[in-house]
Design a protein around this ligand. Structure first.
Ligand code: ADP
Ligand code: ZN
Length: 432
């Protein structure tokens, strides 16, 4: 099933033509309306007319998160504030948030890509969609909300948190489709179990989970515990929010809606473009954005793109699961470690719960990584000796994958703090 079959199955030639058209309009828009870009172009002695098409994009400069911060709040907007009908902001752990603005047309396009994403994940106008992403400045809730309404689904704007209420509505309202972060989906699953409700008693069929990295093993857990089909959805506020890319029923990567977002993969160090299939930093150009169109925005997310045709019939390229943000990477004794690598190892071990936290400390001059992970109820009440040998086994597997040693602490079920939004996986206690 498709939401917009003509566009979702469009031929590569036609898609490139649309991209070229939209890209050249966008270049003119940012050159004339955004002094930041005009200055950058002039420094490089480039005029929008010099760019023949999207294949010339690598001649153009990148945009970074720092550029957004430096131009806080409205400096990169390409329209007058009177045309902006919505503002969102991303959390921004330090200092000021990143602010993004949408024109009416931007909201229209955003709803379109979210509707496509929901349909790709098995939703339809008959779905009852429970949106348990936060509503507010965070883009997750409202983004999917308008997508679900566009689709004609019965939309429940419950927002995040209040797990008992989530469960009550899920039962009483016969929710068929769930949207939230993957860590919250697991949290809900555990809460259901605690209340003695089996997933078969619910009407849930599928769900769309994103806003944070998760692994294939985590998908299996969610699918098993909630008895649904779980799909990955990707997005970032700077480009629009959720719905930049989303998985179809083939679950072999997320289709990037390329008629709106032009993707590239570059080497994070040299910034040279990389071919399909190579792992690198994902870069987006928002070719239809009016409020805040960004040129070659460096997402910091590491992934690879694939252009082989997907069995679902959609022609838009697919991105792999995000393996981590380059700024989430922890460097331990000089070795790069991504939380997702650790998650993969942990979830292959049956006795563990998919709840973990990484604590990094420094003892003297040496970095220490402690992996805290919850064990299942049965095991925790088991003999200490069994726990020890399990911890040893995990330590060995981690060291062969990460090439560094770590400390493994098995903790009681439900002892690691849960998040209703994005999970906090890394606690870095080192003083730099
Ligand atoms: P913040 O920067 O405050 O977290 P955003 O909501 O804009 O605000 O976060 C976007 C980021 O979330 C992306 O750049 C990416 O790192 C992460 N993200 C979003 N969806 C996914 C996903 N499906 N898999 C992995 N990471 C994701
Ligand atoms: Zn597909």
């Amino acid at each position: 099933m498709y939401w917009n079959e003509r566009i979702e199955r469009i031929s590569r030639e036609e898609l490139t033509e649309i991209q070229n058209n939209r890209f050249s309009k966008m270049l003119r828009r940012i050159y004339h309306n955004v002094p930041f870009y005009r200055n950058k172009f002039q420094e490089l002695d480039i005029y929008p007319e010099d760019i023949r098409g999207i294949e010339d994009i690598s001649k153009l400069p990148f945009t970074t998160k720092q550029d957004l911060r430096d131009n806080y709040p409205y400096g990169l907007f390409a329209t007058d504030l009177s045309q902006i009908v919505r503002l969102h902001a991303s959390s921004g752990t330090t200092g000021k948030p990143i602010v993004v603005g949408y024109t009416r047309e931007d909201l229209n396009n955003w709803a379109e890509v979210c509707a496509r994403s929901i349909v790709a994940a098995g939703g339809s106008s008959n779905s009852v969609i429970q949106i348990a992403y936060g509503y507010g400045l965070f883009t997750g809730g409202l983004g999917l909300h308008y997508g679900a309404e566009r689709l004609g689904a019965s939309t429940i704007p419950i927002s995040s948190g209040n797990t008992d209420r989530q469960i009550m509505l899920m039962k009483d309202f016969h929710t068929t489709f769930l949207a939230c972060t993957p860590s919250y989906a697991l949290f809900l699953a555990d809460a259901l179990k605690d209340q003695g409700i089996s997933p078969e008693e619910l009407d849930l069929k599928s769900g769309i989970f994103g806003a944070e990295p998760w692994s294939e093993n985590m998908r299996k857990e969610i699918e098993k515990k909630l008895n649904i089909s779980a799909h990955n959805i990707y997005g970032l506020s700077e480009i629009c929010g959720p719905g930049v890319a989303s998985e179809c029923s083939c679950k072999n990567g997320m289709h990037i809606w390329e008629d709106h977002f032009y993707p590239e993969i570059v080497d994070p160090v040299s910034l040279e473009p990389l071919p399909y299939g190579s792992l690198g930093e994902l870069v987006f150009t928002s070719i239809t954005k009016e409020g805040i169109p960004l040129l070659r925005y460096r997402t910091r997310d590491l992934t690879a793109l694939h252009n082989e045709l997907c069995e679902c019939g959609r022609t838009h390229v697919r991105m792999e699961r995000v393996m981590g943000r380059s700024d989430d990477m922890i460097i331990i004794r000089g070795v790069n470690v991504f939380p997702s690598q650790i998650e993969d190892v942990l979830l292959q071990i049956g006795e563990l719960e998919p709840h973990y936290q990484l604590v990094v400390t420094r003892e003297g001059t040496l970095d220490c990584l402690e992996v805290q992970v919850e064990v299942t109820d049965n095991l925790f009440s088991d003999k200490i000796k069994n726990l020890e040998s399990l911890a040893n086994m995990i330590r060995q597997r981690l060291s062969s994958v990460l090439q560094i040693s770590s400390k493994v602490t098995l903790v009681e079920p439900r002892s690691i703090p849960r998040s209703e939004g994005k999970a906090k996986r890394v606690i870095d206690k080192r003083n730099y």
